[in-house]
Design a protein around this ligand. Structure first.
Ligand code: GLN
Length: 201
């Protein structure tokens, strides 16, 4: 492993862990599954995959991962969350199940399953601020960001105005799944952030 190879953890409790691993490996990262605090302590960045946010939350608490992840986020660890992962980063969630918690850190309100039954899943070409060609985005029972706090940048919106990609400091979140549609640019953006961050290990 070269000194410049970032070591990225994918929180592997539930969800589309494999898809993230493939994209990140293609981009030259070393990728490890993260299920325990000792594994979290070894990574330069963390991906929270898509899946079911309430299930990931429950498992994270059962595995003693909630506090370590909150501490890592507060300490500046770069984290990228897709879909359920975005929900887990949000400070506030509308439509959460009873008792559902998040790691938080991202000053946004996210509404779960925002497209309801009329559009369980769909794809769209999205313009992203500063990018020269749109991203093909797969939305699967996706949330939207319904309120954006000060210091949070909206990176992409749907034609209806719904915010679906946000960035703030060390945190990046997309309501869609670039790891499914095969567009690596959000992962690249995340890895740039990881490379720029002070090394934690
Ligand atoms: N609807 C899911 C949730 O609330 C997210 C769906 C996804 O990650 N594709 O967790």
């Amino acid at each position: 492993m070269g000194g410049d190879t970032p070591r990225i953890g994918v929180l592997a409790l539930q969800g589309d862990v494999r898809e993230h691993r493939l994209v990140l490996e293609r981009l030259g990262a070393e990728v490890v599954d993260v299920r325990r605090p000792s594994e979290l302590a070894t990574v330069d960045g963390l991906v929270l995959p898509g899946g079911e946010s309430s299930a990931i939350d429950k498992l994270a608490r059962r595995f003693g991962m909630q506090e370590p992840i909150r501490t890592a986020i507060a300490g500046g660890l770069p984290v990228y969350g897709t879909c359920a992962g975005l929900i887990l980063l949000a400070d506030r969630v509308i439509g959460a199940i009873d008792g559902q918690q998040t790691f938080g850190g991202l000053d946004v309100t996210v509404t779960r399953n925002a497209f309801g039954a009329q559009a369980e899943s769909f794809e769209a070409d999205l313009d992203v601020e500063g990018w020269d060609r749109p991203v093909r985005a797969a939305f699967i029972r996706a949330p939207v960001v319904t309120q954006v706090g000060a210091g949070v940048r909206a990176l992409a919106t749907l034609p209806g105005g719904e915010v679906v990609a946000v960035e703030a400091g060390n945190l990046l979140g997309t309501a869609f799944h670039p790891e499914v549609s095969g567009d690596a640019r959000f992962h690249e953006r995340f890895l740039e952030r990881v490379r720029a961050a002070p090394r934690r290990r």
